[in-house]
Design a protein around this ligand. Sequence first.
Ligand SMILES: Cc1cc2nc3c(=O)[nH]c(=O)nc-3n(C[C@H](O)[C@H](O)[C@H](O)COP(=O)(O)OP(=O)(O)OC[C@H]3O[C@@H](n4cnc5c(N)ncnc54)[C@H](O)[C@@H]3O)c2cc1C
Length: 389
Amino acid sequence: MTKTADALVIGGGLNGLSAALQLARRGLRVALLERARVGRHASGASAAGVRTLGRARAELPVSLAAMEMWHEIEDLVGDDCGFHADGQLRVAETDAELDKLRDRVNGLRQDGFTHEEIVDTAELRALVPALAPHCVGGAFARRDGAADPHRTLGAFLRAALEAGVVVHEGVGVSRLERRGGAWRASDGGDWFEAPLVVNAAGAWGGQIASMAGDYIPLELPMAPMMIVTERIAPFVRPTVGAHGRKLSFKQTSQGTLLIGGGQPGRPDLQNERSEVDVRLLAKSAAAALALFPGIGSLRIVRSWAGLEAKTSDDLAIAGLSASAPGMMHLFGFSGHGFQPAPAFGVAAAELLLDGRSRFDLSGLTPQRLMQPSMVRRPAPSEANVESYL
Ligand SMILES: Cc1cc2nc3c(=O)[nH]c(=O)nc-3n(C[C@H](O)[C@H](O)[C@H](O)COP(=O)(O)OP(=O)(O)OC[C@H]3O[C@@H](n4cnc5c(N)ncnc54)[C@H](O)[C@@H]3O)c2cc1C
């Protein structure tokens, strides 16, 4: 049986939901195809940091636009998504580190970006009194913050459904072909047909791209790990990172501490799972302890790792295919694709329907990663898909 729509979105993470929502609000009939269930992978495993701090220049336009959307998120999806704007802080532990942060902030200012500022030792203490005494200052983005990932996913899902998106869970696209001016996707059962497709398949985005004939080389997938502690009384409001360590540290509204920062677990793309590496997890805990000496006796109650595609330049892939008509690639977020998702949804709808976006995505095109000989192969087939996997 063939089900028709105006647009197919492959992948039910936050970026797929956001794209589906915006396409539906532009009046399209949208079918979202999700292999497992909505939020099963990176978006459901995310630390949900809403961070412009430290973003690469190429991602700044869309990230800053998304930050404005986060501050009005209830208008967008009818729920506050647990978002609170307590700021994100990158701590310097030495004067040399502080100089590096200052150089970055000055460079941003020269280019007209004012979202990051330097805080001195006194302001650092005022912002986070519990920080270790050796910390000398930091870079701070006041409008940044954090959200609740599951509440966010629920809100985007509800909004998408209300806008008319039809969500098909348990549909893992294994075939994608173009016939008669339309794309046809199937998991081996039903076919779904539409002229437009958003490839928001997360860690498997490269596989979907290859089915469309676009060969986008990626690094090995990431499996960033997280630790959650028992609940304690409120003691830190901003999300705290460190210039010289892999660390992201925040306290949730329930009182638990959420500790991450990118120490890698073990990815297993084929079996759609990832494992925690306890040795490296200990490094995450040690980094947190170095900055917050008072947390040493807390119990860890849970840890996990999530799967995410990684590009060679650590930048997202967000753009139309140069060779597969009606195909928008939206993946490769390299560990930081939660925050910009509201704006990437808008960008996907604009690119597919208007051919251009209000956001400058020129540094995020799929083409930047493709070798000339890889831009398109003649006829996508099961055979060349296999060779890519
Ligand atoms: C531990 C961790 C912490 C993070 N912390 C932050 C943070 O603080 N701030 C931030 O901005 N970002 C963070 N990120 C990154 C962020 O969560 C991701 O970049 C973002 O959620 C990616 O969303 P997505 O929709 O593109 O991908 P996903 O949420 O992975 O969704 C992709 C979906 O596609 C589906 N799919 C795959 N193949 C197919 C197929 N063939 N057919 C149908 N469906 C398919 C998958 O099942 C999956 O549900 C973190 C990530 C992790 C893992």
